[in-house]
Design a protein around this ligand. Structure first.
Ligand SMILES: [Zn+2]
Length: 444
């Protein structure tokens, strides 16, 4: 690597400082170890993902992988700067990996063109740090549950250090963004603070009909009320330019009537399709913050962000760091939902219990214990192989340990929306005296 490229990095990695983390040992070895051993997964190869790959490659990371299920579209090209017109239709992950490798000598990026749920859990366990450049809550929630699923607690309910899989999560929406560090078991996980993502704001119909105050109110009036009044029975198609034009001109009339400024065609599109424009500079700023946190976690060259940075560039520039706290009862990063049961309960009965359990409500569950598939709903080959286990007692399948952690994946429904979920359960068998068993096994 050219001296000039690592010059800035060397200032962080080769010298001591007042802000360094507790285990920081500066020197060329640290720089080399970072290159050789740190393995970082970037989830998402869109606006943030492109920036992240470039920033991480330039921050001294050499073993990167990227996962994304999307193909490149023309509308991506203004900000997803690794893509060219000729790339339209190709997988984002593959093109992004190739472009960064062409520009940054020595870096190796493995692309994965698939859904995040398609990978085995072990795939995710292989990385030192997982960096998220996503725009969906469901995808964040899934990766979070996977990373937290690796976490184990000791008998005093303290997280075991070697099972902690740190995540760095970035997100942008127009001129706003956030960067956060998630250290499962130590800082709040995504699920602990799920309330940070409020449900989509819907305007009350009476406001739209009677007291509009903003341009968006006028647009939604034309879209939700006026359209049905005029076009009885015809569904509004957001991809039909004539429909959009009609809503726009009705919204303009409405806005004039109430003296409200600001209705434009592109705002109409934005409101109706629920689009928030993506801004390249916001992605660049948030990605830089995420890449720096990743470097700090990997090298301890500085204490990490604690633990949630918000950036707002709407008027001037405003940043703020908030230290959120863990939810002690979190289903995802906590020690796991406790399930006590008789040793005679079969695996099939256990799966039914998961459906009815008020904290879980998990249907179509697949069950694994210490990496071993006890029952898998899919693919058909695995289902067939594990089906006979359903009639066996779970206690036997878990090698007769009186209590242990079991991972289950399945579907949960939240307000009619089905999502893939992974849950950690602490299974304890009643009537099996674990303590005395262990004492006997431990000898004198
Ligand atoms: Zn949590």
């Amino acid at each position: 690597m050219a001296q000039s490229r690592s010059r800035d990095l060397d200032k962080l990695l080769l010298r001591h400082g007042h802000l360094v983390g507790p285990n920081f040992e500066p020197g060329p070895d640290l720089r080399d170890d970072l290159r050789e051993y740190a393995r970082v997964l970037v989830v998402g190869a869109g606006g943030l993902g492109c920036e992240l790959l470039k920033d991480l490659a330039l921050s001294g990371f050499r073993n990167l992988e990227v996962i994304d299920m999307d193909r490149i579209e023309v509308s991506n090209l203004n900000r997803q700067f690794l893509f060219r017109l000729g790339d339209v239709g190709k997988p984002k992950a593959e093109v992004a990996a190739k472009r960064v490798m062409e520009r940054v000598a020595g870096v190796n990026i493995v692309p994965h063109f698939c859904r995040i749920e398609d990978k085995e859990l072990d795939f995710y366990n292989d990385f030192s740090i997982i960096v998220l450049g996503l725009d969906s809550i469901e995808a964040r929630s899934y990766i979070n549950s996977v990373a937290c699923g690796f976490l184990e607690y000791d008998s005093d309910d303290n997280p075991r250090e070697e099972t902690i899989k740190p995540m760095v999560d970035g997100g942008t929406e127009g001129f706003k963004g956030h960067a956060r560090v998630i250290v499962p078991g130590v800082t709040p996980c995504f699920e602990c603070t799920i309330w940070l993502f409020p449900p989509q704001v819907k305007f009350p119909l009476c406001t739209l009909a009677e007291t509009p105050r903003t341009a968006a109110h006028c647009i939604e009036y034309a879209h939700l009320i006026k359209w049905d009044e005029v076009h009885s029975g015809k569904t509004f198609d957001p991809d039909n330019p004539e429909h959009m034009q009609w809503v726009y001109s009705e919204a303009v009339k409405r806005a004039e009537l109430f003296g409200i400024p600001g209705v434009t065609y592109s705002l109409t599109q934005g409101v109706v399709k629920n689009i928030i424009p993506a801004i390249a500079s916001t992605n660049a700023i948030i990605s830089a913050a995420c890449a720096l946190e990743t470097l700090k976690i990997a090298s301890a060259c500085s204490k990490t962000l604690s633990n949630y940075l918000t950036y707002n560039g709407v008027e001037g520039l405003h940043t703020k760091v908030t230290e959120f706290v863990k939810d002690k009862d979190c289903l995802v990063c906590g020690p796991g939902v406790l399930m006590e049961m008789a040793a005679s309960v079969t695996l099939g009965e256990f799966i039914t219990l998961l459906e009815d359990h008020p904290k879980l409500l998990l249907s179509r569950a697949s069950v694994t214990h210490r990496g071993k598939n006890l029952y898998m709903q899919a693919p058909p080959v695995l289902e067939e192989m594990t089906r006979s286990n359903l009639d066996l007692p779970l206690f036997d399948l878990m090698d007769k340990v009186p209590k242990d952690v079991v991972h289950v994946t399945g579907t949960t429904s939240k307000s009619d929306k089905k999502t893939s979920s992974l849950r950690k359960l602490r299974v304890v068998f009643k009537g099996v005296d674990g303590v005395s068993d262990m004492d006997t096994a431990g000898g004198a």
